[in-house]
Design a protein around this ligand. Structure first.
Ligand code: 3PG
Ligand code: MG
Length: 421
């Protein structure tokens, strides 16, 4: 009864409606396939269609078809509009199974990249979004106008819980706002989660008492979801105010579960999101899923901090793309709070002015090697990083600042304004 083929999903004159979700895709199709046909295949497979006509198709179902409403052959991009009925509100995995699902394996395509996605208001409503918002995060450490500064305890694996907590203490004591676990540090034989969290939070409270400053610790709770909840409980019981999750390896279902769990359990808790594995989706510019799209999924579900690129650190990241992600995370977006973008990976004190120039002040600057690789150790490295941030606030150069900061001077001598071993 149905004669719908891929071309029926292409309608360049179609005007999108406010309640539709729209996606921009980059695509390269196989040689023997027409661009329009390939575009239609994407709209079909990601909504109601398949490779052949169906005896079970009905007229009212055809109304649920996604439509390709723009075709730009020159730039190999298309725009697709989806009626909201094809999505389960509040179910991020289902949304991803549609717009980033089967279509990547279609034989008609050689490459496919989700460049951007635009959510209609209705579809955002069942997601909680971030709990804290940038202002609250900055207030928590009393950083009004300056970027937050933090460190990742290094070596990333190997320290025992006692040594980990001592490194954390030294970092906080010398001016850093944040200490976080690394992405692959969870509960290890040599450093068990519970012991680490108890000891490190104890040290945090000691430093807070001594300095009168508020500090943050992001323990990495990443694990199967029931264990993640237990770990989050332990953090809360010990006075912690944040958990860290590797959102892509843990998956959006677990992230949603944890976000909902914390909402009910304790409205004070923030989520720091590490994006380990993102480059498997984002790195090839003609394939995968853009980091901007991932940032939208993450903010919608509700992360407070998100690793979003540095432009100049150890990880690849094009300036224009990174800037777009930062500006999205800080923008007004329906009723959702903002997410603070985190610059992390290959940074050191010498790069702080450039990071701020590129990405602004409403950010977290994190350095692991750039703190614990300081020639005089963690204390000096922490102070050097904080001094570099303060220099930017004071409007003076790092060289000027280093006249009164031997720690910064040594950091600049080791790393200069560039990266080196
Ligand atoms: O997870 C991160 O962002 C990294 O641990 C950063 O480490 P680095 O500052 O030593 O590159
Ligand atoms: Mg890391």
């Amino acid at each position: 009864m149905d004669s719908m083929n891929y071309l029926d999903y292409v309608d360049p004159g179609y005007r999108t409606k406010d309640h539709e979700l729209t996606c921009t895709y980059y695509l390269e199709h196989s040689k023997d396939i027409d661009f329009r046909w390939a575009a239609g295949a994407i709209a079909a497979e990601s909504s109601i269609g398949t490779w052949t006509s169906l005896s079970t198709m009905k007229e009212n179902i055809k109304e649920l078809a996604a439509r390709v409403y723009r075709l730009d052959k020159e730039n190999n991009t298309i725009k697709v509009a989806y009626p909201p009925e094809v999505f389960e509100a509040g179910n991020m995995p289902q949304i991803l199974s549609s717009i980033t699902g089967n279509i990547y394996g279609l034989e008609e395509l050689r490459r496919l990249r989700l460049l951007d996605v635009s959510f209609p208001r209705d579809l955002t409503e069942k997601f909680l979004g971030p709990n804290l918002g940038i202002n609250e995060i900055k207030n928590r450490v009393g950083a009004k106008d300056r970027p937050l500064v933090g460190t990742i305890v290094k070596p990333k694996l190997g320290l025992n819980s006692e040594d980990h907590s001592k490194v954390a203490k030294k970092s906080w004591k010398n001016g850093l706002d944040i200490v976080k676990d690394d992405e692959n540090l969870t509960s290890m034989q040599f450093n068990e989660f519970d012991e680490r969290v108890v000891k490190t939070l104890e040290k945090k409270h000691l430093v807070e008492e001594k300095t009168g400053e508020k500090k943050l610790y992001f323990p990495n709770v990443t694990a199967p979801v029931s264990e993640m909840k237990r770990r989050a409980d332990l953090v809360i019981e010990n006075g912690g105010k944040y958990v860290m999750i590797d959102i892509l390896t843990a998956g959006f279902s677990s992230l949603q579960e944890i976000r909902d769990y914390l909402e009910k359990k304790d409205r004070d808790i923030g989520i720091h999101a590490h994006r380990a594995q993102h480059a498997a989706y984002t790195r090839l510019k003609d394939h995968g899923i853009s980091m901007l799209s991932i940032a939208k999924f993450a903010r919608l579900v509700g992360v407070d901090n998100l690793h979003s690129g540095t432009v100049i650190g150890k990880m690849e990241g094009q300036e224009s793309e990174v800037k777009r992600i930062y500006s999205f995370l800080r923008s007004d977006w329906y009723d959702k709070k903002t997410t603070i973008p985190v610059a992390s990976g290959g940074l050191h004190p010498g790069l702080v002015p450039k990071v701020v120039e590129l990405l602004g002040r409403d950010i977290v600057i994190q350095a692991g090697g750039g703190v614990h690789g300081h020639p005089s150790g963690t204390e000096a490295g922490s102070k050097a990083l904080r001094d570099a941030a303060d220099a930017v606030m004071e409007g003076i150069s790092l060289n000027e600042k280093s006249k009164k900061s031997s720690e910064l001077k040594k950091a600049l001598n080791k790393w200069g304004p560039k990266k080196s071993n």
